[in-house]
Design a protein around this ligand. Structure first.
Ligand code: XMP
Length: 514
């Protein structure tokens, strides 16, 4: 795909994905690569600009991540951020040393508004600082364009070479005018036209998929989640009924979810594709019978899912392509893109099927962030309730039922969860809380209902606010909402006599219970 691109070279900073997102928010396409990427490959990609990220090291230490000086001679505008700024200065002859005062947090920065980078920015602007080291003297050829009380070189530039450095983090929202600075760099200094949009993404992808697939057959495992739904619709738009979507109902979905997926993608739905629903509920319950250990449950569900999918695929026969709903953070997290890889080992069900006869994998969303996938979904006309669906784990309710999974327990948690979700939506909280669900604890306790003794299960309610799902805080759901949910669950769901709210943050808890 030939398009204008800015490259983010990742030096292990925690904000690498944010940098890429900010660039894309300026309608400029952007990808993250490791700082180890050979210069020839960078040249080959022909970027309009390069951004060097922050990182945890000190650039003057022997084994610190580095880059070759030739990078700065390519004639491509380069912006170094934090560690990236220090490294560029260090390599080009500036002085970087341990700061007397560590700057951390929101800091007032005085900027030279005549600099192209700070065009339209207030002369004194709040920025997010986080550094031990500091540039005490800029490299030859550089002019200082920003400073703080403790930091003599908060930004500098060498206009002749198109090189810019910023000590703070414009990609973080605490830097109030950070997006403007990134816009100034990519749209002004790099001269990108800003034609990266979701409608052009859809159009381009459809064209490329058609060329690639030709008259071939395509197979897709549809889960009903956002990523696989958007991938399926994009493929269907490109190749119509050459696409077959297999939807495995493992009996661990939320209430009515199987029918909802069928209503959208099935024969009465809106899309041109072959839809196969496999009702494998009992098969999964049988396999899970007597199993209580969480990881074992995950393995059984993941493994069985693959087997069911393979069996269906065999009926279809050989296909040319297998579609995967991989998105950009998956690519980066599996260590293929940037540098600061975090592996979420247990977060994907199973892996690839061994026995499906296909030639190639297609990952049409591979370059997109989650919010961009949602935009593509809306662009494709997928219903909003599907596009804004909260994350739902592959093993489904299997890991929201503590201990053994049975059909009866699935019914209880489905009913309770449906009530909880309905009331959260009624209270207008459904878009604000990032993930919320009911789980079934393995605890049964004594209660009293209508003068009779009960001995029933306790349902736990969970709701969290989180940005990255790696850390989370329990959401402060209003008491009256919780009360209503509790009352309804006790009254409407047979087998439950107690409702509890989980206050635990992550860490030390996790979002799911298992
Ligand atoms: P935890 O429980 O690890 O969850 O705090 C973080 C996020 O990951 C989801 N999650 C899973 N997703 N398979 C998945 O596809 C899994 O086994 C799994 N376990 C947790 C969880 O819903 C949350 O969004």
């Amino acid at each position: 795909m030939s398009r204008e691109m800015v490259i983010v070279l990742d030096f292990g900073g925690q904000y690498n994905q944010l940098v890429a997102r900010r660039v894309r928010e300026c309608n400029v396409y952007c990808e993250i690569y490791s700082y180890k990427t050979p210069l020839a490959e960078i040249k080959e990609m022909n970027p309009k600009g390069i951004i060097l990220t922050g990182g945890p090291n000190s650039c003057y230490e022997a084994d610190a991540p580095t880059c070759t000086e030739e990078l700065f001679e390519l004639g491509i505008p380069i912006l170094g951020l934090c560690y990236g700024a220090q490294l560029m200065q260090h390599i080009l002859g500036g002085k970087v040393e341990r700061a007397e005062v560590r700057e951390y947090g929101k800091t007032d920065v005085l900027v030279d508004t005549k600099s192209e980078l700070f065009r339209g920015v207030l002369p004194s602007t709040t920025c997010w600082m986080s550094h031990f080291d500091t540039i005490s003297e800029p490299a030859p050829g550089f002019t200082v364009t920003a400073r703080t009380q403790h930091c003599p070189v908060a930004a500098a530039e060498d206009l002749d070479r198109g090189l810019y450095v910023i000590q703070f983090h414009p990609e973080v929202l605490h830097t109030q005018e950070g997006t403007k600075m990134i816009y100034n760099f990519v749209r002004g200094i790099c001269g990108c036209s800003g034609d990266w949009r979701m409608d052009s993404f859809v159009e381009q992808s459809v064209r490329i998929i058609r060329e690639k697939v030709g008259s071939g057959k395509v197979l897709c495992a549809l889960s009903g989640g956002v990523d696989s739904s958007v991938a399926a619709v994009l493929m269907s738009k490109a190749v119509g009924d050459q696409l077959t979507c297999v939807f495995v109902d493992h009996g661990l979905l939320r209430k009515n979810e199987g029918d909802e997926v069928e209503a959208v993608f099935g024969p009465d739905g809106n899309y041109d594709l072959h839809f196969v629903r496999v009702n494998a509920q009992q098969r999964f319950y049988d396999k899970l019978s007597g199993v209580t250990e969480p990881e074992e449950k995950r393995k059984i569900i993941g493994g069985e899912f693959i087997r069911v999918f393979e069996e269906e695929a065999k009926k279809i026969g050989a296909v040319d392509f297998l579609v995967q709903g991989t998105i950009y953070p998956d690519v980066v997290e599996s260590g293929l893109g940037g540098e600061s890889a975090v592996i979420k080992s247990h977060h994907n069900v199973g892996g690839l099927p061994d026995y499906v006869d296909f030639k190639e994998i297609i990952e049409p969303l591979r370059s997109l962030f989650k919010d961009e996938v949602r935009k593509v979904g809306l662009e494709l006309g997928i219903p909003e309730y599907l596009v804004y669906r909260q994350p739902f784990p592959g093993p489904g309710l299997g890991i929201r039922i503590i201990g053994e999974v049975t059909a009866e327990k699935v019914r209880i948690v489905q009913e309770a969860d449906a009530i909880y979700r309905e009331e959260i939506a009624n209270a207008g909280l459904d878009r604000g809380v990032n993930q919320y669900f009911a789980a079934l604890t393995n605890m049964r306790s004594v209660g009293v209902m209508g003068d009779e003794r009960t001995y029933d299960y306790a349902v736990a309610l969970r709701a969290v606010e989180t940005i990255d799902f790696m850390t989370a805080e329990a959401a402060q759901i209003p008491w009256n909402v919780l009360n209503k949910v509790m009352n309804r669950i006790i009254n409407e769901v047979k087998g439950v006599n107690r409702v509890m709210y989980d206050l635990t943050s992550k860490p030390p808890g996790t979002i799911e219970f298992e």
